[in-house]
Design a protein around this ligand. Structure first.
Ligand code: SER
Length: 315
């Protein structure tokens, strides 16, 4: 079997996707890569790859006979707003390099798009699969452009590109790095550690969210799906639940009744959140490759609190 390469493997998604892929396909079949070096000992091959350097990607794809790339290296929305030029260079340049190598070497490519690919003129509720996409963030601009570039490489060069518009991801293994939806992860950590959280979004800000095990399964299932069924192959709306900070706090209080939240709104992050959908229609993913989430808000909250609690106790 040709191997799998994961870029950005030390980030929030990659640090859980790599172990999952290694369990399914074997340690040696999954090459983790990142611009940083790992702190923990590697359980399989690791390569330092800077996606801004096309030769880094080329070298690793050739050396390991890579057949599929999960291209996760990117800057998230808040960091991108602070460093727009770096965001353009990495989010667009990195993807372009990966697609070029995929074209030369015959690799399939997974691309993570986002709710950020939509903007204030998009219908915010029940956001259709195909609709207006005029994002006002540099992050969103790179995500729409990425979707289009993946479409182009598929149509023009027959590269097997596939992608998902991911919602905010909730996970306990590695922290998200500079996103607008990070509050949801932070709230769990603060609930257990401090019993209190100061939220940077307004209490009524509704956004799509998903628990990491569902997101990982969606990526793997999409890449395994029968290509003949994929009409919207590069940008499936994907969701499992949508909620506001107020609603998440209420659900956490089912388990930790004394948990308190107050609000100190950060106008920058609020502006980004306000430009994104409240909830997307993901029926294309359900119809074309059988997407079904396992975790709703109650199941996510229960599992997050149990796992984090176990981790903090053993620390
Ligand atoms: N979670 C991402 C962010 O907040 C959205 O894709 O930037």
């Amino acid at each position: 079997m040709r191997r799998i390469l994961v870029t950005g493997a030390l980030g929030q998604i990659g640090s859980e996707l790599v172990p999952l892929l290694r369990t399914r396909f074997g340690d040696e079949c999954v090459v983790a890569s990142d611009v940083r070096h790992p702190e923990a000992p590697a359980t399989g091959p690791f390569e330092r790859v800077d996606c801004m350097q096309v030769q880094d990607i080329e070298r690793v794809v050739t050396r390991h006979s890579v057949g599929t790339v999960y291209h996760l290296a990117a800057l998230l929305s808040v960091v991108a707003k602070q460093r727009p030029s770096a965001a353009w260079d990495l989010n667009m340049g990195g993807l372009y390099h990966v697609l070029e190598v995929a074209r030369e070497c015959g690799c399939a490519v997974f691309f993570p798009s986002s709710i950020g690919a939509f903007g204030p003129s998009t219908p915010a509720q029940g956001t259709p699969q195909e609709t207006i996409q005029r994002p006002t963030t540099i992050y969103g601009i790179t995500k729409v452009s990425g979707e289009l570039l993946c479409d182009y490489y598929h149509r023009r060069f027959a590269v097997d590109t596939r992608g998902l518009r991911l919602p905010g991801l909730i996970s306990y293994a590695a922290p998200p790095g500079g996103g607008t939806t990070d509050y949801a992860v932070e709230m769990f950590f603060h609930a257990l550690n401090h019993g209190h959280y100061t939220c940077y979004l307004r209490p009524d800000t509704c956004l799509d969210m998903m628990y990491m095990p569902d997101a990982l399964r969606a990526m793997v299932e999409l890449m395994a799906a029968d290509a003949a069924h994929l009409v919207h192959r590069n940008a499936y709306n994907l969701t499992a639940m949508h909620f506001t900070p107020e609603r998440l706090a209420e659900e956490i209080r089912v388990h930790l009744p004394d948990f308190r939240v107050d609000y100190r709104v950060d106008p920058e992050r609020q502006e980004i959140a306000d430009s994104w959908p409240e909830w997307m229609d993901d029926s294309a993913a359900r119809e074309e490759w059988g997407w079904r989430p396992d975790y709703d808000l109650a199941a996510t909250t229960r599992d997050m609190l149990e796992r984090l609690d176990a981790r903090f106790r053993s620390a």
